[in-house]
Design a protein around this ligand. Structure first.
Ligand code: C5P
Length: 237
């Protein structure tokens, strides 16, 4: 496969066109950003760890019947994915209260959320990704009714699959963000699933093993990602 022009550069990943019209190359960089790009640092090995972590999770999700854009690993930091027409919304499920829900609703960090909550956010850095609801999505045409239902169903299916996967590795899946796109008339999981876009706590100690270590300046960010990967059996060689 031939890597062509850069299609898009995000805060932590770059996307390239390829010689195949319906395939892209996703490159995971070492850049790490928080607070809508206000805090940015390079963390050695993070691109490699996230690329392999994402490949492992996407394959587990495919096996469980969740359609994803992931095709194959291309190199240590690159993967081949299907080219989707991305929907401009983020889907967040929370099993335990942390992050913005604590700030917004004044609930205590660490309490179980049963049933888990589901929230939509608009992908719009300049407006700090505001929370939106299904009416906004329909009114502004960001997705159809059927697509909204598919995103919710798939995002909760991901919760079932990954809660169990992380639980077996002694980890709590606190929350996570997913993004979807259209491919040949259906909705498919796009973007990534890595510790950059979810919260993972050690089940015993409740140590944070995700990007909150970067956001909160705790340190040992990539080391924590690698520890999670090892516990899941992700090969980082
Ligand atoms: O900040 P908040 O608590 O709303 O984030 C919920 C989850 O979504 C967290 O796991 C966070 O890492 C993820 N997220 C993300 N990208 C965003 C916003 C949130 O990956 N733009």
């Amino acid at each position: 496969m031939e890597k062509k022009s850069e299609l898009y550069a995000g805060k932590a990943k770059s996307v390239y066109n390829t010689d195949e019209a319906d395939k892209l190359i996703l490159q995971f960089r070492d850049d790490t950003s928080a607070f809508d790009g206000e805090k940015i640092e390079q963390l050695a090995r993070k691109g490699m760890v996230n690329n392999k972590f994402n490949a492992f999770i996407m394959q587990k999700l495919e096996e469980a019947g969740v359609p994803t854009h992931f095709e194959r690993l291309l190199s240590d930091t690159e993967s081949v994915v299907k080219k989707l027409e991305m929907l401009p919304v983020e889907c967040v499920v929370r099993n335990i209260a942390a992050g913005s829900i604590v700030r917004r609703l004044g609930v205590e960090e660490g309490i179980d959320l049963d049933p888990p909550t589901f929230e939509f956010f608009l992908k719009d850095d300049a407006r700090h990704d505001p929370m939106i609801n299904e009416y906004h999505i329909r009114t502004f045409g960001w997705a159809t009714e059927a697509e909204i239902e598919q995103m919710k169903a798939l995002t909760f299916r991901v919760n079932e699959v990954l809660k169990a996967l992380f639980c077996d590795a002694g980890l709590l899946l606190v929350d996570y963000k997913l993004e979807y796109g259209r491919f040949e008339g259906r909705i498919i999981l796009g973007d990534e699933f890595t510790p950059d876009g979810c919260r993972l706590w050690d089940a015993q100690t409740r140590d944070k093993l995700d990007k909150d270590r970067f956001r909160q300046g705790i340190g040992g960010v990539v080391e924590a990602y690698e520890a999670v990967a090892r516990r899941l059996g992700v090969s980082l060689d």
